[in-house]
Ligand binder design. Structure first.
Ligand code: HEM
Length: 205
């Protein structure tokens, strides 16, 4: 849908998923860091920290189904399709724009349109975080909540250890993604433009 140079990029289901996901993941990052450093943050006890972390984890996991089903049954999935042509060249061109071009008056190499919601670099990051990092953090989290589900040993290494390392590594990756995501989202007509879009659904072209 296009009206007055605006494209309706973010349907209601996507905005609901994104809002719950953003809040849930911020709570998970804060409680996760606190748990890694002993859990006694001075504000809340170790046990309460675990309860909040597990609860937020369950909400983010069920909420992930909205993203999966939405991308399975609506047109939004088409924005996540990667074309093999110039598989490396396209994101590199975008990275060059972010690192140098946009500070030197260069025009965006992949301007957004009704057919292109993400630039190539953004698309790769969204694919990796949503289809690799988030599922891995969810499955490893379930494993840590129910250790009886985990293999005792994988190639002589403790299954619990592998699960815990996977969970921390993916949590760390998602935290770094979030910082980059917030910075990149602030690049636009004005720093708040994209943040308004993910709330009201409309993107200014
Ligand atoms: C305070 C937290 C967050 C804010 C303010 C925020 C902001 C935004 C904004 C402004 C957009 C639309 C513009 C764009 O595509 O860059 C967006 C889209 C998106 N965000 Fe976030 N985000 C947050 C957290 C997260 C987290 C934690 C994840 C994933 C783990 C995430 C994943 C995504 C994805 C996949 C999209 C594209 C959705 C689609 O159109 O299909 N965001 N976010």
């Amino acid at each position: 849908m296009n009206s007055n140079n605006k494209i309706y990029f973010y349907p209601v289901w996507l905005r609901i998923w994104h809002g719950i996901n953003a809040l849930g993941i911020i709570i998970l990052i804060i409680t996760g860091i606190s748990l890694q450093s002993g859990g006694e943050s001075g504000f809340i006890s170790f046990n309460l920290n675990i309860k909040i972390h597990n609860f937020a984890g369950a909400i983010v996991s069920f909420n992930y189904l909205i993203f999966l089903l939405g991308n399975l049954f609506t047109e939004n999935s088409k924005f996540y399709i990667v074309k093999p042509r110039n598989f490396i060249k396209r994101p590199l061109k975008q990275a060059y724009y972010y690192a140098w071009g946009m500070f030197h008056g260069m025009k965006p190499p992949y301007p957004l349109s009704e057919k292109r919601k993400f630039n190539p670099l953004q698309k790769y990051f969204y694919l990796i975080v949503m289809y690799i990092a988030v599922p891995l953090v969810i499955f490893s989290g379930i494993g840590l909540m129910f250790p009886e589900l985990i293999f005792d040993k994988i190639y002589n290494v403790s299954g619990v250890l592998i699960t815990a390392v996977t969970h921390s590594a993916m949590g760390f990756f998602i935290s770094i993604f979030l910082i980059i995501h917030l910075y990149v989202a602030s690049i636009g007509k004005s720093p708040l433009e994209n943040f308004k879009s993910i709330v009201n659904g409309w993107h200014h072209v």
